[in-house]
Design a protein around this ligand. Structure first.
Ligand code: AKG
Length: 269
């Protein structure tokens, strides 16, 4: 049974998550929205001869994205991937309002764990092995950084009943690393470890939720309209255990220097 979050005054330490209302500016969110959608819009114009702008309703964008995904799945995925390199996305973690929340929650020297990433989900944009709705999981397995590490998650639009929201399991951060399985879609906490009821978050554009790396959360299973959100994970460089463990890093990265195609590449002014 899902209960709706009635109030925001539950404390971070007790519940494992904290909601900050109306702290992110439109200017900041517009820049991120542009970063996420522009590569898809350019690919849609190139392949389908149709494009959208971020002024178009989400449903219009969703329809065009679905067509691009069906006709040119690799291009659709590349467009999502390249959006992570937009300067607005790369600098998203530096937003003063967001840094203030991290400070309030006790992080002395926040560092980004992994890349900030846009989350674009909808039932008809499902991709086998891609980023789809997530089962209950803790963020710890992908972070394994400071014990006060946390995730900041925020939507780029009001999240209503028609969207999959985020569900939090209050108090689940207090039991350490819960037993989990790993699949291509990430990790999933064993049902037997989920002794609490999830709380569905009602978030508007401008709100954010910060939750501990140990807090179990999932994508709400209901709602199939396009939902666009942003997630940034932070560790605390100054946490004694993190210092002692010499800043472990779960990520790996590789670059290919082999030619990716046989085209004639030349300088273009
Ligand atoms: O956006 C979602 O539905 C899931 C997000 C999530 O699991 C995360 O940001 O850690």
């Amino acid at each position: 049974m899902i209960t709706h979050a009635a109030t925001d005054n539950m404390t971070y330490h007790r519940d494992g998550f904290h909601i900050a209302r109306q702290v992110l500016s439109s200017r900041y969110l517009d820049a991120l929205e542009h970063a996420i959608f522009e590569p898809i819009a350019l690919q849609a114009a190139h392949v389908l001869g149709r494009r959208f702008t971020i002024e178009d309703p989400l449903a219009v964008r969703q329809a065009l994205m679905r067509d691009l995904k069906e006709q040119a799945p690799d291009r659709y995925l590349s467009a999502l991937k390249v959006s992570q390199l937009d300067v607005a996305v790369l600098s998203a973690a530096a937003e003063p309002a967001l840094q203030a929340v991290l400070r309030d929650l006790g992080l002395q020297h926040p560092v980004v764990a992994l890349k900030p990433y846009p989350i674009v989900i909808a039932a008809d944009l499902h991709f086998e092995g891609g980023y789809n709705i997530r089962p209950p999981h803790q963020e710890w397995p992908v972070m394994q950084g400071s014990h006060n590490g946390l995730v900041v998650w925020f939507p780029l639009h009001d999240v209503g009943e028609e969207h999959s929201s985020l569900d939090m399991y209050p108090g689940s951060h207090l039991g350490g690393v819960l037993p989990y399985d790993v699949s291509r879609c990430g990790s999933r906490v064993h049902d037997s470890a989920l002794t609490m009821q999830p709380v569905r978050l009602a978030l508007r554009r401008g709100d954010l939720v910060a939750f501990s790396a140990f807090t179990v959360h999932r994508s709400s299973p209901e709602g199939d309209a396009l939902r666009v959100a942003f997630s940034i994970r932070f560790n605390d460089l100054a946490e004694p255990g993190f210092i002692d463990r010499a800043y472990p890093d779960t990520s790996s990265f590789s670059i290919s220097r082999e030619p990716l195609d046989e085209l004639d590449h030349r300088f273009q002014p």
